[in-house]
Write a protein that binds this ligand. Sequence first.
Ligand code: SF4
Length: 335
Amino acid sequence: MSTPIISLENVSVTFQRGVLWRRQRVHAVVNVSLAVHEGEVVALVGESGCGKTTLGRVVVGLQAPTRGRVLYYGQDVRTLRGEAVYEYRRSVQIVHQDSYAALNPVRTVYQSLSAPFFRYRLVRRRAEAREKVAELLEMMGLTPAGDFIDKYPHQLSGGQRQRVVLARAVALRPRLIVADEPVSMVDVSLRLSILDLMRSLNERMGIAFLYITHDLATARYFVRTGRIAVMYLGQVVEMGNLQEVLTWPRHPYLQALLSAVPVPDPRRARHMKPLPLRSLDLPDPTHPPSGCRFHPRCPYAEAICGAEEPPLQTVADGHQVACHLVDKVPEWVLS
Ligand code: SF4
């Protein structure tokens, strides 16, 4: 396989919280290894506070890892200099959840979208920049471009604003976009159109996506034949091809997540029993449980689970699970 665009090697991120003698350490990301290849679509899934946004920020260079390495085409990003830094910054872009906060409220769409063209000297004159911005808007489905180009963010709907944010990420022809909950603040009726737009950017332009979400349904819709990595309390607990992982989930945490997803068919819903977790509360990340971090909630936990941290082990082609008792945990097949 080709060299990945980005690979994370044993990345950990720890934050300090509080003041002086009450200072606490929050282990937001713990020992995560993950790679994204050219043209690939990978979902990073987990509940709020599991560290997925922090990991996304590490990928684009907005957050330095406390331990571990981030490689861009095999080279440690801390060793990049000059033109190589520019290339990394241009090639790995991020789309944030809140499109309103992501756009400067006193700048028009033209001003926001033309800024990277001027910054990277891709255009010289205003007319040239307007032409490129109009092209971008048309590509994002904001047509006719003339109706949007001179508008301010507050004059656009949530869906239109998110398309402008996507246009800004695409402007410099990136290789990878980290999309951090890009549809969670968009009206439900418009979510699929944004996901379809991202899908077409992947197919037409070959842009890889790291899709960060808490929503398994949108991950399934967008990623299709790509991969999924499931995070729990800062760690990746299951990873592999999305279709396989969601059809035959092996980690009790993912089984619990899937069993809690409502099913529209009442006959099927009657046969589906939620996994009985021992606790519904997410542990405090400043004092994470010893051993397997899921053990205080896991219905299958045994003595070893609280004593030793389970490594990620391969259970099928490319399918990895971090669970000591993976061979004993009953199968939970999505019917
Ligand atoms: Fe549950 Fe033990 Fe597996 Fe952790 S290692 S998920 S506690 S069975």
